[in-house]
Design a protein around this ligand. Structure first.
Ligand code: PBG
Length: 338
């Protein structure tokens, strides 16, 4: 039995622009480009073979050789920036993370090696944070308040970040990226770099960085020694306005890029920062975002490749100019196949 209401003729028909793949391509508002991707990579001290991170299938703690071939793979598909994290030997960690600023620390050795091998073909970015290098796993140096409670000492940490940034610049980093969420870290690093003659080295500031459980797999990736959490320096996931302030401060302090992290669960923050920022805005699709997509894909619960591209497209649509993603090489390959 047919229903007895009048047929309706829509005036506007948005479906007209969806009729064929060619029409959809013509009207697509957001296009991913491998040149926007930044590949995060881990270099580990004292390992003979690359070690796969169990919670991040396809991501490795690298040896120098495997790191170089990973970077070559990236360049081959048009990914031209790598963000390097160091994983020191357990016995080399200490209270202030000295391996982070020693020229023979693993991260600085690897930066030097990448710069020597790839020259200006590659943009070399370094993670400028102490958590991988400290025996307590915090992003800064610890101190005690009058009641004897331990906390991360902001201003003492700034001095350590300055040394670390100089060591990274000296090793050949084009971009240093303070991710420790200490107040004043961008200004401190800019001042130190300039004083040391590194005026051409840029700063990508982790401006809006949340105290997020989505970093879980990363802690395995870097062999983190952290037992507590980072809530006294990273932001409360409930807060939006605070991110606008953090980004504004970093820009005033001289950040060349600002960043929002994690990405997908914080697209509102990303859009807000992107709207206000006069400098490029990066977004970091973090380890937990990667792990969830890989896990559900491996189960056959979602189409992994499509979810990968959809998540990256959403991050770009929300306002990211650059995207840090462990999918960088695979996504770039998928773009080539299109
Ligand atoms: C701190 C740092 C972290 C990540 C990047 N830089 C960990 C943290 O803040 O606990 C997380 C990246 C990821 O989860 O992929 N150096």
């Amino acid at each position: 039995m047919t229903p007895d209401y009048e047929p309706v003729t829509p005036v506007r028909r948005p479906r007209r622009l969806r009729i064929t793949p060619a029409m959809r391509a013509l009207t697509s508002e957001t296009r991913l480009d491998p040149a926007d991707f930044i590949l995060p990579a881990f270099i580990a001290d004292g390992i003979e073979e690359p070690r796969e991170i169990s919670s991040m299938p396809g991501v490795y703690q690298h040896t120098m050789d495997s790191l170089k071939s990973e970077v070559s793979n990236a360049l081959e598909v048009g990914v031209r920036c790598v963000d390097l994290f160091g994983v020191p030997r357990e016995e080399d960690k200490d209270g202030i993370g000295s391996q982070s600023f020693r020229p023979d620390g693993i991260l600085n050795v690897a930066l030097r090696e990448l710069r020597r091998e790839f020259g200006e073909d590659l943009v070399i970015m370094a993670d400028t944070c102490l958590d991988e290098f400290t025996d307590h796993g915090h992003c800064g140096a610890l101190t005690y308040d009058r009641q004897g409670n331990e906390y991360v000492d902001n201003d003492r940490t700034l001095g350590l970040y300055q040394q670390m940034a100089i060591a990274q610049a000296e090793a050949g980093a084009h971009i240093v990226s303070p991710s420790g969420m200490m107040d004043g870290q961008v200004a401190a690093i800019r001042q130190a770099l300039d004083a040391a003659g590194h005026r051409r080295v840029s700063i990508m500031a982790y401006s809006a960085k949340y105290a997020s459980a989505f970093y879980g797999p990363f802690r395995e990736a870097v062999g983190s020694s952290l037992t507590g959490d980072r809530r006294t320096y990273q932001q409360d996931p409930a807060n939006f306005r605070e991110s606008l302030l953090e980004a504004q401060l970093d820009i005033e302090e001289g950040a060349d890029f600002v960043m929002v992290k994690p990405a997908l669960p914080y697209l509102d923050v990303l859009a807000g920062v992107a709207e206000a920022s006069p400098v490029p805005v990066a977004a970091y699709q973090v380890s937990g975002e990667y792990a969830m997509i890989q896990a559900a894909g491996a189960q056959g619960w979602v189409d992994r490749d499509q979810v990968m591209m959809e998540s990256l497209t959403s991050i770009k649509r929300a306002g990211a100019d650059q995207i840090l993603t462990y999918f960088a090489i695979e996504a770039a390959r998928a773009l080539r196949r299109r």
